[in-house]
Design a protein. Structure first.
Length: 351
């Protein structure tokens, strides 16, 4: 049994961490950090946790709290962990950060896209990008894991096998993604009010969204060269879910033919057939967010369009589970040698 602490426990991702860890056989929650609700009972912030989670929220004083746990989850805004992290903390506990602070190898890329000065760039090289299906062995040995976000997890996994196998030209990749309102966090913002979101759909961060370089960096590793993509996110009126529809030009085979359904499916199966949390759907079946809600699954489907020489790839996941807290717990399981699916056998909710 290990002890975990959660900073940012009253945000949506933090609350999802609490929900998952509360039923984890190998973990006890030692403390819950939240600057907004110091000394307030956690179950009064999230009444669904009444009689399930005891204790009150604490301030996020890592100097004292890190000594009490084996792992710290930080479900905090960009810049928080980078501003307080010290080498000595990593000698006491392992860290899983749900922000973007350590997702890049190049501090200049982070600062250019996030408009924040990185306060601990010396730790960026050590951090492991926690996309478990791609970096499993590195995660096992990591002291600091950069947990990928929802858009990036869905976008990368949906295209990765085809980029890795050279079946698509990644520079033609267009990612058109939709997210539920919980992806914007729990903070009070006019754009997230019910009357702003309900019966509406809108694109945002067009050609400027800060997840773009993260997707590009990871797909560049797969391609073995620099990749440039188009990524456009949309906000849709639902609580949870990511649906990414991705388009790319197919690369012809040596004989001049285009990759067919069998060849494409073979590439996905090569990388994902043994992955518990990635479900490659049957031919002609395409992902829906409802099929993954409340679970740690990613559903992937595709359609080859021989007429245009392109492929349409579709991925779906729950932005708060596989896109945040579930993936963080999956990373923790790897780091501590637990069964990778422990605490994550969550059956999708329907309806």
């Amino acid at each position: 049994m290990i002890k975990a602490g959660i900073i940012g426990a009253t945000g949506y991702a933090g609350a999802e961490l609490v929900r998952i860890l509360a039923r984890h056989k190998e973990v006890s929650i030692a403390w819950l950090g939240s600057r907004s609700y110091i000394d307030k009972k956690y179950a009064s912030v999230y009444q669904n946790m009444f009689q399930l989670v005891e204790g009150s929220c604490l301030d996020d004083q890592l100097d004292q709290l890190v000594d009490e746990v084996d792992v710290v989850f930080t479900a905090t805004p960009q810049g928080y962990l980078a501003s307080v992290m010290k080498e000595e903390y990593l000698e006491k506990a392992r860290f899983i950060d749900l922000s973007a602070d350590y997702r890049f190898q190049d501090v200049d890329v982070y600062e250019a896209w996030y408009k924040i000065e990185h306060k601990s760039p010396q730790l960026m090289e050590e951090a492991v990008y926690g996309l478990c299906e791609l970096n499993r062995e590195q995660v096992k040995k990591a002291r600091l894991v950069a947990n990928p976000g929802c858009y990036t997890t869905c976008s990368i996994l949906t295209a990765y096998p085809l980029v890795k196998e050279g079946l698509i030209d990644p520079d033609t990749l267009i990612v058109d993604a939709k997210s539920g309102a919980s992806g914007a966090g729990r903070g009070a913002k006019v754009n997230n009010l019910f009357c702003e979101v309900n019966e509406n759909i809108k694109a945002y961060g067009i050609a400027t969204h800060r997840h773009t370089p993260e997707i590009e960096e990871q797909l560049s590793y797969a391609a073995g060269r620099q990749v440039t993509i188009n990524f456009t996110p949309h906000l849709v009126p639902m609580n949870r879910g990511i649906l990414a529809t991705e388009y790319a030009s197919l690369v012809k085979n040596p004989d001049g033919s285009l990759p067919d359904e069998k060849q494409i499916r073979g590439a996905y199966e090569k990388y994902f057939a043994q992955e518990k949390f990635i479900r490659l759907l049957e031919a002609g079946v395409f992902p829906e967010t409802k099929w993954t809600e409340g679970s740690n699954y990613v559903d992937i489907g595709f359609q080859v369009d021989m007429r245009t020489g392109r492929i349409i790839m579709i991925g779906a996941l729950d932005n708060l589970v596989k896109g945040a807290a579930g993936q963080a717990v999956q990373n923790m399981n790897l780091m501590f040698g637990f069964a990778e699916a422990e605490g994550l056998d969550l059956v999708p909710l329907f309806p």
